[in-house]
Write a protein that binds this ligand. Structure first.
Ligand SMILES: *[C@@H]1O[C@H](CO)[C@@H](O)[C@H](O)[C@H]1NC(C)=O
Ligand SMILES: *[C@@H]1O[C@H](CO)[C@@H](O)[C@H](O)[C@H]1NC(C)=O
Length: 271
């Protein structure tokens, strides 16, 4: 009972900018809930995410590692999160070992998150992971799960620097997409547009990162949609993102976002 209440309080703290108090709270709840596995797993999940947002990669990977070992939900996905966080913390040998487990733990063949985890883990193993590429992997997950706006401005600044230093050609499009998202969080729309344009134009990585182009076109559309003088252009980019691409990762998720962006437009300009 006490632990449930504590867990609710922690969740309330987490979305606001009290991430450190939420983290301390979840650590307490985790100890108190030693005989309640499900609650422990919720706490571990929250600690993992808050730690990624804080770029505290060591805490993040320890939480995800326990979930990878114990969770019944998706050990494959947790293995991938463990791997990128472990690599981001500097333990590249450990990360490489965990990336091998991702394939072994791939159970739900139709699950798009597990498919994504397997593809990414294989890729990182083949190009042999560096710390920067693993941090890029963490930032990508934060972007896809819409958690970048939860990151503080100083953490976003560090992410920006790490991304600038990534030189791997096959990740170029992804790098620009993520840089665009970070500029957008900073309210720096001109640089955001430039980065999203570079991401949308990147043909090299298209086979590996097929979702980059439609997502970049969508992001551009959203920025243009927000300015009265470019609403029409924004709208046509959103339609392009919806109609010109197919068969990429997280396609449904993007369609939902496009739909709600277009719906919000109709509220403002009745048609
Ligand atoms: C991020 O912020 C959103 C909006 O404030 C909130 O709903 C969400 O729970 C936050 N996520 C985390 C992991 O802090
Ligand atoms: C997870 O399992 C591995 C292999 O059994 C073990 O070496 C590791 O210590 C475990 N980690 C945690 C955090 O439980």
């Amino acid at each position: 009972m006490i632990t449930v209440t504590c867990w609710c309080m922690c969740s309330l703290l987490c979305p606001q900018c009290h991430i450190n108090s939420a983290l301390a709270c979840f650590h307490d709840a985790l100890e108190l809930a030693s005989d309640q596995r499900e609650i422990q797993h919720v706490c571990l999940y929250e600690i993992g995410w808050c730690s990624m947002i804080e770029m505290n990669f060591e805490d993040a990977y320890r939480s995800f590692e326990r979930l990878k070992n114990e969770s019944r939900w998706s050990q494959c996905y947790y293995a991938y999160l463990t791997g990128v966080c472990q690599g981001a913390s500097g333990d590249l040998d450990g990360a490489t070992g965990v990336f091998k487990d991702v394939q072994k733990l791939f159970k739900r063949k139709n699950n798009q998150i597990e498919q994504f985890a397997v593809k990414r883990a294989d890729r990182l193993r083949k190009i042999s992971p560096t710390r920067e590429l693993c941090i890029l992997g963490v930032i990508e997950v934060l972007y896809l799960w819409k958690a970048l706006p939860n990151c503080s401005s100083s953490k976003l600044q560090i992410m920006n620097q790490v991304l600038q230093s990534v030189d791997e050609a096959s990740c170029r499009g992804l790098k620009h997409l993520l840089l665009g998202a970070i500029h957008k969080c900073h309210g720096n729309m001109r640089d955001a547009v430039q980065s999203f344009q570079l991401a949308a134009r990147d043909d090299y990585g298209r086979q590996i990162n097929s979702y980059i182009q439609p997502y970049a076109v969508y992001e551009l559309g959203c920025i243009l949609l927000a300015q009265p003088e470019t609403v029409g252009k924004g709208r046509s980019l959103l339609l392009q993102a919806k109609e010109d691409f197919t068969g990429y990762d997280f396609e449904n998720r993007l369609h939902v976002r496009i739909h709600s962006a277009l719906a919000s437009l109709k509220e403002v300009v009745p048609q």
